[in-house]
Design a protein around this ligand. Structure first.
Ligand code: AMP
Ligand code: MG
Length: 413
């Protein structure tokens, strides 16, 4: 039987959340070398053309294409090496020995690769060379603005700088970038049953995994956790911790205590101490989820179950953090995959099923769900590449069924 729809669908929640957010005020000017992962607050423009001169893309001989008839012998009048140009104009009928990256002398309009040239006395000592092929004007010469034209935009406002963005801008002579400030994040891990690793466990107690999980996830996404606390399900202590952490951060993320149990105080406290924007998702895993504002901070109350906490973080908190940092929220890329094995589930809520990605022998993507999909089971997230988007009413899908999936991958370059 279909579960009664309670709470927002993921799309509704994301739209409501993101429309309430705008980038935090404030910029930093920082050395490009340290700016990877930061979001541009001003465009980057090339101060000059790069490389700025015509460069050879081969080891060989620079010449005039008009002189390049096969069988013709030409005198070698000098050498142009990378960083050590020949320095004079080339006269008709001459060639200059040239290496990759070296400046092509004025007067030359082509480079003959050494493989296409016969040097009777051996390459370097030859005083004349004979061409073995015809020459096309412009061949093996890089344009002076191959990498960038003077003034060309190398990065736009809202772009998160990648390794290559940084290297290209620095290679064009830039040293600094104006970037948006980053949200300061605090973490509040709630639950009377939780103990840190290493403590002796009383019956019914468990070790906190959300603390390390969210801390590492945020670090991986380039964000800094400025403070964190662990609190039991006591309304008074929770209130103090919430207000302290909210006052120290732009974003406060809590886990646990946001459902409807007797020990769940987070949502009423958010309503009393700040403002609840919305609560509850029509989603599995991740039904208990609350967001709003408190003491000037954006607040996210994530579920206590570790898988639910991660999934709601990836679906809602990460896009929100991107908006606060001045970037367009990039969602995980979606692709169509086929199930490698049948999928059986209890219908009710739309589900994000964790799965491994492989390819069949034609190279088509295949998804294998990561075993038991309990939201308490972190093993279902271990090595997961995909979140399969399954409709609320689906009960069973045979192997080979095509489903849409989100690809959990961050860019490398
Ligand atoms: P709650 O959202 O507080 O109702 O918690 C749901 C489930 O998640 C319960 O089984 C909790 O024991 C568990 N849980 C809550 N917080 C954590 C945590 N930090 N680490 C691991 N499990 C947790
Ligand atoms: Mg709890």
């Amino acid at each position: 039987m279909q579960e009664v729809k309670q709470g927002h669908t993921l799309d509704q929640a994301r739209t409501r959340l993101l429309s309430a957010l705008s980038p935090l005020p404030g910029h930093d000017v920082c050395p490009l070398q340290q700016a990877r992962g930061r979001v541009l607050a001003a465009p980057l423009a090339a101060p000059r053309a790069v490389p700025g001169f015509r460069a050879s893309s081969m080891d060989g001989y620079a010449l005039r294409a008009a002189d390049g008839r096969p069988g013709r012998s030409l005198p070698v009048v000098g050498c142009s090496a990378a960083g050590a140009p020949y320095g004079r104009p080339l006269q008709p009928g001459q060639v200059v020995r040239i290496f990759t990256g070296a400046m092509v002398p004025d007067g030359a309009d082509a480079v003959a690769p050494q493989e296409d040239v016969h040097a009777p006395l051996g390459e370097l000592s030859s005083s004349t060379v004979t061409l073995e092929r015809s020459i096309r004007p412009g061949q093996w010469i890089r344009s002076p603005h191959e990498e960038a034209a003077a003034g060309e935009q190398l990065g736009s406002v809202g772009q998160r700088l990648s390794t290559v963005d940084v290297a290209r801008a620095m290679g064009c002579g830039l040293r600094m970038a104006r970037v948006h400030v980053r949200p300061r994040v605090t973490l509040l891990i709630t639950g009377s049953e939780l103990r840190p690793t290493g403590d002796t466990l009383a019956p019914g107690a468990i070790i906190d995994s959300n603390g390390p999980l969210l801390l590492l996830l945020l670090e991986q996404l380039g964000l800094t956790v400025v403070d964190r606390q662990w609190v039991d399900d006591d309304p008074q202590r929770l209130e103090t911790a919430l207000l302290t952490l909210a006052g120290r951060s732009d974003v406060l993320i809590s886990t646990g205590g946001v459902s409807v149990g007797d020990g769940d105080h987070v949502r009423p406290l958010l309503e009393r101490l700040g403002a609840l924007q919305f609560w509850r998702l029509f989603l599995k895993p991740g039904r208990p989820f609350a967001t709003g504002t408190m003491a000037g901070a954006r607040f996210f109350g994530l579920p206590g179950n570790p898988v639910s906490a991660v999934v709601t973080f990836l679906q809602l908190v990460w896009p929100a953090l991107q908006v606060l940092e001045g970037a367009a929220p990039e969602l995980w890329p979606r692709l169509r995959v086929r199930l490698a094995t049948p999928l059986r589930r209890r219908p009710g809520r739309p589900e994000l099923v964790r799965a491994h990605l492989a390819t069949d022998h034609h190279g088509n993507p295949l998804a294998t769900p990561c075993g038991d999909q309990s939201s308490a089971r972190l093993a279902s997230l271990q090595g997961a590449d995909l979140l399969l988007e399954i409709d609320a009413s689906t009960t069973e899908l045979p192997a080979g069924t095509a489903v849409m999936a989100q690809l959990l991958r961050l860019p490398v370059l």
